[in-house]
Design a protein around this ligand. Structure first.
Ligand code: ZN
Length: 150
C-alpha cells in the first residue's frame, strides 16, 4: 500500500465539481461535496484498536456489525475495520509462497460510516473528553460516562 498523496489535495482551490467528474481518491465523500466543503477530508474520529459499529451502508457490507479498527487512513478519511466491508479479490499467485484464488479482505470505508461502540452500555456512541489527574485527557462515552482509554 505504497500510495503517495500530494499534500495540496487537503486544501485545494480547484472547483469541486471537476473533481467529482474526475473521480478517484480525490473525492472523499459525496455528502461533503454536496455541502460544498472546502476541506474534503474530515478528521478521523476513531483510533486504531477501537471497537466500532458500522452505522450506514448495506446489510451485506456489514451495517449494524461491530469490529476492531485495523488501520486508519487519515489522508483519505477512511478506516479499515475487521470483518466489515469484506470484499473478494481474485488474486493470481505472484510469488511461490503467495496466496492465490479468491481472497477475502477488508476494504477501507469512510470514517463517517462508523461510530465508536461502547462495550459497557452496548451502544454506538459519540465521545466526550474528561480531564483525569495529571492533566491527561480521556475519552468517555456520552451515554454512560465510561472511559475508553484506560
Ligand atoms: Zn456507554
Amino acid at each position: 500500500m505504497a500510495q503517495t498523496f500530494k499534500p495540496e489535495i487537503r486544501f485545494t482551490n480547484s472547483p469541486i465539481a471537476k473533481k467529482v467528474k474526475m473521480g478517484g481518491r480525490r473525492v472523499v465523500s459525496g455528502a461533503l461535496v454536496k455541502a460544498s466543503a472546502s476541506n474534503l477530508i474530515p478528521k478521523v474520529h476513531v483510533k486504531r484498536g477501537d471497537l466500532v459499529m458500522m452505522v450506514s451502508g448495506s446489510q451485506k457490507s456489514g451495517r449494524g456489525k461491530t469490529g476492531k479498527v485495523l488501520n486508519v487512513l487519515p489522508k483519505e478519511g477512511k478506516v479499515v475495520v475487521e470483518g466489515l466491508n469484506v470484499i473478494t479479490r481474485a488474486t493470481r499467485q505472484r510469488t511461490p509462497l503467495g496466496q492465490s484464488g479468491l481472497i477475502k479482505k477488508e476494504a477501507p470505508i469512510f470514517a463517517s460510516r462508523v461510530m465508536l461502540f461502547c462495550t459497557s452500555c452496548k451502544k454506538p456512541t459519540r465521545i466526550r473528553h474528561k480531564q483525569v489527574e495529571g492533566g491527561k485527557k480521556t475519552r468517555i462515552c456520552t451515554h454512560c460516562k465510561e472511559a475508553f482509554d484506560a
